[in-house]
Design a protein around this ligand. Sequence first.
Ligand code: 8NA
Ligand code: MG
Ligand code: MG
Length: 345
Amino acid sequence: GGPASLSRFRGALVAAVLGDCVGGEFEGAEEVPMESVLQHLSGLEDETKGNCILEYSDDTAMTRCVVQSLLNRSGFDEQDLARRFAKEYSASPGRGYGSGVIQVLKKLASPQLADVFQPARDQFNGRGSFGNGGAMRAVPFALAFPDLVEVKRFARLGAMLTHSCSLGYNGAVLQALAVHLSLQGALNVPRQFISKLISEMEEVEGEEEALRDARILKEAEKPFCERLHKVRDLMDRSKVSIEEVISELGNGIAALHSVPTAIFCVLHCLQPRDYLPEKYGGLERTIAYSLALGGDTDTIACMAGAIAGAHYGIEAVPQSWMRCCEGAEDADVNAERLHSLYHQT
Ligand code: 8NA
Ligand code: MG
Ligand code: MG
């Protein structure tokens, strides 16, 4: 489809759910042989298995809250979104939330809470979380707002309800930017895509709080920019080992160690790879490759899935995979609603 077509919206939101659901199998695994990944994925195509259902985790649970809030309020409303996060957590606490964020979600349930951003600020001795929990739910911001400035602003605020460290919320900004650009067709020229991300993040990470947090955590001056430069170096190479990707970019629960990694997965899988089945299209390659990195597989596959889905569109999503994943149908319906919101604002 053309820029911001319905197919791209559906692809983005559905593939995010797929990444989360199929990635859950390997979450936290140190080493994941590609063989195991391909076996897991071919299991989804087995018709004889009937209604195999892979449950979604915190990534999708919170993304659904963001979607519902944006649609219900026709825009960003932090009070409404905070309430939805709290309600979702108390209804289904067993979705695999990070151990720190649970405290925030419990505090957000209090009706006496005056400032919905305060519980997040109190995390980790006042430093705030740098986990990828803000980034994993950032895709709806790119699907609700056509304006890049608004995408950045609301992805950041949406993340700050649980992640007040700039290394947490700027991961959400980067993820939303990547989906935004992909929706426009920017992945047709991969070098321009990565350059645009770097120039946007140069500005984002030039802010006072970001520079201060990076100093305190002993990271590079502009940590996401540094990682994006590594992504650019790696994407130019014809052969890259999984070990190198993990050591250069990471596969962990910090936004810094997972959002640039997800972006790399998408770029690396734009071409066929000899260790991936020939019958796979780009979207399947991206999700399979994300799982093979191990670590926070559900979240990396969820984020990579969203970016890839926005590029390839819904036609690239295998029906059999979709049938196996809890919440995939809902995501498809909601993508259409977000598409209307995006084109009316
Ligand atoms: P979070 O905000 O609780 O952060 C996740 C973890 O990162 C924390 O529990 C801490 O260990 C660490 N952390 C974050 N900020 C700081 C800090 N300033 N100082 C010291 N340590 C810090 O949760 P989240 O919403 O960001 O979730 C991140 C990921 O963890 C998600 O992918 C989610 O699925 C979850 N998770 C991961 C695994 C896994 O094995 N990879 C397992 C269960 C849950
Ligand atoms: Mg998860
Ligand atoms: Mg995870």
